[in-house]
Design a protein around this ligand. Structure first.
Ligand SMILES: *Cc1c(COP(=O)(O)O)cnc(C)c1O
Length: 383
């Protein structure tokens, strides 16, 4: 090839000329994260939480890839998600966090799904259903160890613990609880919850135990028990608030420069005229907005620190309001050859983590991933 090579020689340049946004999901990175978590938690089994369409990345691609890497147990939030997953993975063990809604036992049974039972009432219902089928059907029991969200309270554990008639007709395949503050490694609540979990599960029939989400796995072996339930770390999120992220980015979002203009000092940029330029600036208009997951709260008015996005290795901060389809970025200090019409701009990727984007938007990377939108061209690589 003669002539100048694009600065950012990623495959985006070979993508269809008509595309304005590309969301690349790197399944090799997903699997590397899975293997890393499995190693951290060993000898515990490493399950995968694939609720909310695998945190927005695509259940249809993520779940089969994880299964090929050896993952056998999956968690989803809802029955609808469980049904979709069962079609993808006929032999996987699938748990449903939402538990047993009234009149759904038959559906669980038909699709070989396991409810995570969240109350004594649900346990009684599942036991009754099991007995009516003449089978001992598997299920998990969720103990609330101090988060006060889903799960059996200590009193409820006591109430059902001695009920032989219940436990003899169902198969307690997992006892689990969930940590409230594991993202803060020194928070004292994690240990308080771990002790409560041990105290309460000792009253129930013997079963495999599970306490750790992604952040819990990073708290060390005391939290791994028999099975761990990572979600966000698989998808390249950052489980602990402090320190560096040990997991690889999986999501890459790129948009395109549609126009570049020079704007005089004193002029304003975008809706609401919230950003007044202090100096004459080169401004690039980029083809992604809040409909693509770039939250409107990333808008940066005068004197606000804004998210910095990248063109190759060149940094360019967001200027003014984020609109539905567009953002404006300051390319005054980006070489003109790198900031032309048609150039690709990294919004999420190796230089702009989902966590960094989230920090600027006043949210967490979980919400960034589950809000990526459906407009960008989705590409899956690796796996
Ligand atoms: C979502 C969820 C997980 C996974 O949490 P991450 O922080 O994403 O690792 C684990 N357990 C329960 C009960 C959950 O709801």
């Amino acid at each position: 090839m003669t002539g100048t090579r694009p600065l950012d020689a990623t495959p985006e340049h070979e993508a269809a000329a008509s595309e304005t946004a590309i969301l690349t999901i790197d399944l090799d990175a997903l699997l590397a994260n899975y293997r890393r978590l499995r190693k951290l938690a060993a000898p515990a089994e490493c399950a995968a939480v694939v609720k909310a369409d695998a945190y927005g990345l695509g259940l249809g691609q993520a779940a089969p890839a994880l299964a090929r890497a050896g993952c056998k147990t999956f968690f989803v939030a809802t029955l609808g998600e469980a049904q979709a997953l069962r079609q993808l993975l006929p032999h996987a063990t699938i748990y449903v966090f939402a538990g047993l809604m009234p009149a759904t036992a038959e559906f669980f049974h038909q699709h070989d799904l396991r409810p995570v039972l969240n109350s004594a009432e649900e346990i009684r219902e599942w036991a009754g259903f099991s007995a009516s089928k003449g089978e001992t059907l598997p299920c998990a029991v969720h103990i609330d160890s101090g988060m006060n969200r889903l799960g059996l309270s200590a009193e409820e554990v006591d109430a059902v613990a001695g009920a032989r008639d219940l436990w003899s007709v169902l198969k307690l395949s997992l006892v689990m609880s969930h940590l409230a503050c594991a993202d803060e490694p020194t928070h004292p609540k994690s240990e308080v919850q771990r002790k409560a979990f041990d105290r309460l599960r000792a009253r129930l029939p013997k079963a495999l135990a599970s306490l750790a989400n992604s952040a819990g796995i990073l708290l060390g072996p005391d939290y791994a028990y028999d099975l761990v339930r990572p979600g966000i770390a698989l998808y390249g999120g950052k489980p602990h608030r402090e320190g560096t992220n040990p997991f690889l980015p999986v999501v890459h979002l790129k948009g395109r420069i549609l126009q570049v203009r020079t704007v005089a000092a004193g002029e304003t940029v975008g809706y609401g005229a919230t950003r007044r330029l202090q100096q004459s600036s080169r401004v690039a208009i980029v083809s992604v907005g809040y409909a693509d997951g770039l939250f409107r709260s990333l808008s940066a008015k005068d004197d606000e620190e804004s998210l910095v996005v990248y063109i190759g290795s060149h940094a360019a901060p967001i200027l003014g309001r984020v609109s539905m389809d567009l953002i404006t970025i300051d390319v005054t200090f980006v070489p003109e050859t790198a900031s032309r019409r048609g150039q690709w701009v990294e919004l999420i990727g190796p230089n702009v983590s989902a966590q960094e984007l989230a920090r600027h938007a006043g949210t967490i990377d979980y919400e960034v991933l589950t809000n990526l939108g459906r407009r960008a061209l989705r590409r899956y690589i690796g796996g």
